[in-house]
Write a protein that binds this ligand. Structure first.
Ligand SMILES: NC(=O)C1=CN([C@@H]2O[C@H](COP(=O)(O)OP(=O)(O)OC[C@H]3O[C@@H](n4cnc5c(N)ncnc54)[C@H](OP(=O)(O)O)[C@@H]3O)[C@@H](O)[C@H]2O)[C@@H](O)CC1
Ligand SMILES: Nc1ncnc2c1ncn2[C@@H]1O[C@H](COP(=O)(O)OP(=O)(O)O)[C@@H](O)[C@H]1O
Ligand SMILES: [Mg+2]
Length: 274
């Protein structure tokens, strides 16, 4: 399991061509971070930039602007209340990540609806955190796009109607097929379900059990899928990298912070590039 996962990572993370530029490595939009959960959008943005996405733009509440730029000045900012900007920019991104720290109020719902209405089927849409709860609570119809859900077990219960004790491979795969999406079901043993294929993460540590860890993973998945052509392999590689880095840090640390994982992504990618 570990060796086959390493093989996926090695065939995914390509050496960067000399004649490349930032546009070669994908444009990502991250939508999230209300007045209470700004950290989630910032952590996702940091993870995305450190994963090597060429350009990252964060649509968030303006209260988060200074913190965003203090922590990750490489990310661009758009006020997520600016409907016209969202409308005019949305189709310019390769990957849209919506949900980290988005919250569940009416405005969050309207943002999810706007994205669902405008996204096209060439784009990758990662639905995380609050956005999963919104899709579930409001029974939203999914748009025609390359969709990746990243639920923890409770979010998956809300979305799938499968109670946590009943979340076995057969029940999960049936629901995944009905959703026509990839699902990263996060737990102490995260699994990636796609197209009748299940990958089980060989790594992970309880040192990861801290708020923001999933926001960071969502940002990594955004960064990896923006750069690497095989989306399923890119998702698996991001999940693997996230826990591989955590496992290494946990050898000397009681708890691993999400932002520390991001700090180590560039070294991880260098180690496994091919
Ligand atoms: N710094 C920031 O800005 C941060 C912002 N954040 C943002 O907050 C938003 C809400 O996300 P959320 O995950 O915190 O809340 P919610 O969806 O209600 O789920 C929690 C409920 O599910 C249950 N549960 C059962 N199994 C579980 C499992 N395996 N893993 C996890 N939970 C499990 C759990 O049960 P409990 O453990 O409490 O018994 C509890 O009842 C979202 O947008 C996110 O991005 C956070 O990332 C934190 C840092
Ligand atoms: N005990 C554990 N062992 C391994 N991984 C864990 C453990 N607890 C949490 N994680 C990982 O941490 C992340 C938590 O995601 P999530 O609950 O969405 O966090 P948040 O929304 O606070 O950012 C997932 O990637 C999950 O696999
Ligand atoms: Mg989460």
């Amino acid at each position: 399991m570990f060796n086959s996962s390493i093989n996926i990572v090695k065939r995914t993370i390509r050496k960067r061509p000399n004649n490349s530029h930032k546009g070669t490595f994908g444009k990502v939009c991250i939508i999230g971070g209300n007045q209470n959960f700004g950290g989630a959008a910032i952590m996702a943005s940091k993870a995305c930039v450190y994963s090597g996405a060429g350009l990252t733009t964060t649509f968030t509440d303006p209260v988060n602007l200074d913190s965003l730029h203090n922590i990750i000045p490489e990310a661009m900012f758009v006020d997520y209340h600016d409907d016209n900007k969202l409308k005019s920019m949305i189709n310019s991104f390769d990957v849209i990540l919506i949900g980290p720290g988005l919250g569940n109020d009416d405005y969050s719902l309207s943002l999810v609806n706007q994205v669902f209405q405008q996204i096209n089927n060439h784009q990758i849409l990662i639905i995380d955190g609050s956005a999963i709860t919104i899709v579930a609570n409001h029974h939203l119809t999914l748009p025609d796009a390359n969709i990746i859900f990243t639920p923890h077990q409770m979010e998956w219960q809300r979305l799938s109607d499968i109670a946590i004790p009943d979340q076995n491979d057969k029940n999960n795969q049936n629901k995944v097929n009905a959703l026509h999406s990839t699902v990263v079901l996060k737990s102490h043993h995260t699994k990636v379900y796609s197209n009748n294929h299940i990958w089980v993460n060989p790594g992970g540590t309880p040192a990861q059990a801290t708020g923001g860890m999933g926001d960071t993973l969502a940002g990594m998945i955004a960064g990896f899928t923006a750069q690497f052509a095989n989306t399923e392999d890119a998702v698996i590689s991001a999940v693997f990298a996230h826990s591989f880095i955590a496992d290494k840090l946990a050898k000397n640390q009681y708890v691993v912070l999400p932002t520390q994982i991001s700090d180590h992504i560039p070294q991880f990618m260098k180690k496994f590039e091919n």
